[in-house]
Write a protein that binds this ligand. Structure first.
Ligand SMILES: Nc1ncnc2c1ncn2[C@@H]1O[C@H](COP(=O)(O)OP(=O)(O)O)[C@@H](O)[C@H]1O
Ligand SMILES: N[C@@H](CCC(=O)OP(=O)(O)O)C(=O)O
Length: 381
């Protein structure tokens, strides 16, 4: 479902930082985790689907291994992440279980989101989890990511996940009340910024480079994350995870923390984002019926409405959709490669599996991934 669908539940990505999750390195803060879980369960009942991005694996691993401080060597960080991640996911799973809500672990690397195929796979999995009512718990796959390919901080990862699932809002919970006009650790007179434009590059200059002892990005990566999230039209909220009922108050519309708003209207942002993502790799010709349901009702494109395909595109790449008179009506990310599309063109969805031997998706292009081309006024072509 796209952001414009009136029946759509809203979607938040909630990121929680290491210091919060591990009570400043003392160990997983089960009580606080339980409190966020309670609020997430309440938010879901109000129509908000949540993807959780949680840090804490390294900090918790360091503690479990009995080390006195965060190591510098990558192999030690990776070992700590491997040990600590067990505790992080277990803590969420245990708490959600009390509300009869399932969780699913997703560990991502930079490459998973840079490579189109893997990007699409991650997206499909996350969407499937949300449709099943599961709360995905995401972290970077620290155990295999090397220095060159690491996100390094979960603020960046959370922003990319926000774009990936087209979330309406990215909520970054941290150990400060929000973004201040100077680092409150260094300047006691620093004031909280309540509202700003996410694209405002001057915000970065307000952030000191130093993260907390346990965090890795500091405030700068949060501000940059807000800018990234704004590219797909999402708003970012930076707030304290220690504030009572913080998530519920945000859901109720209260001005908690710092609100970083995208300047562009979400649909415009979303269109530009899809269009800016990829090059056109192929063309699909649609029959009149498909043109009508896509234009008129914003439906997904099914194989039955396609007459033929041209180009050497792969799954996940962008194709243009043409009407029988060669006029472009939409662009979108296709779920099958060119050979497969030509094989299933004109066929009902129920036959995909027997024709190809597998079913990647029931749609050729899901409506979430389909951007209508502005209609050409009569006589204007
Ligand atoms: N302008 C600022 N406003 C708020 N915090 C700031 C600012 N500049 C730097 N910081 C620092 O960023 C820290 C939060 O970043 P970090 O430790 O990485 O948190 P997290 O673990 O939640 O990701 C704060 O504790 C604060 O000291
Ligand atoms: N993947 C790492 C994330 C480190 C990180 O970004 O921490 P933070 O700046 O506290 O969100 C971990 O789980 O320890």
């Amino acid at each position: 479902m796209s952001r414009t669908d009136p029946n759509r539940r809203s979607r938040w990505v909630i990121k929680v930082g290491s210091a919060l999750v591990t009570d400043n390195g003392r160990g997983l803060d089960h009580e606080r985790i339980g409190d966020w879980v309670r609020q997430i369960v309440a938010a879901r009942a109000q129509g908000i689907d949540v993807v959780l991005v949680s840090s804490g694996s390294v900090a918790e691993g360091v503690r479990r291994l009995g080390w006195s401080r965060r190591p510098k060597a990558l192999h030690q960080l990776q070992a700590a992440a491997s040990v600590g991640q067990m505790g992080v996911v277990q803590a969420y799973e245990t708490r959600f279980q009390r509300f009869d809500v399932r969780t699913g672990q997703i560990l991502l690397t930079h490459e998973d989101l840079a490579d189109r195929q893997r990007y699409l796979n991650a997206r499909v999995t996350l969407r499937a989890l949300l449709e099943l009512g599961v709360v995905p718990v995401v972290n970077e796959n620290d155990t295999i990511a090397t220095d060159e390919i690491r996100f390094g901080d979960n603020d960046t990862l959370a922003a990319l996940v926000t774009n990936l699932v087209e979330a309406d809002q990215l909520v970054i919970l941290t150990d400060q009340a929000g973004l201040f006009n100077a680092d409150p650790r260094q300047d006691a007179s620093a004031r909280l910024i309540r509202h700003a434009a996410a694209e405002d590059e001057a915000l970065e200059r307000l952030c000191s480079d130093a993260p907390g002892v346990l965090g890795s990005g500091g405030m700068r990566t949060k501000v940059v994350a807000a800018r990234r999230a704004a590219r797909s039209g999402a708003m970012t909220r930076i707030a304290s995870g220690r504030e009572p009922d913080v998530l519920q108050r945000i859901a109720a519309g209260e001005a908690v923390g710092t609100c970083l708003e995208p300047s562009r209207e979400p649909l415009v942002a979303r269109k530009q984002w899809i269009a800016g993502q990829l090059q056109l790799r192929g063309r699909l010709w649609l029959d009149e019926g498909a043109v009508e349901v896509i234009r008129g009702y914003g439906r997904s494109l099914l194989p039955v409405g396609v007459t033929r395909a041209e180009g050497r595109f792969r799954r996940g790449e962008m194709v243009t959709c043409l009407d029988p008179t060669n006029r472009e009506i939409a662009r979108g990310l296709v779920n099958y490669d060119a050979a497969a599309v030509n094989h299933i063109a004109g066929q009902p969805t129920g036959r995909i599996e027997s024709l190809l031997g597998y079913l990647a998706e029931p749609e050729l292009i899901h409506r979430d991934n389909l951007v209508l081309t502005d209609p050409v006024p009569p006589g204007d072509d």
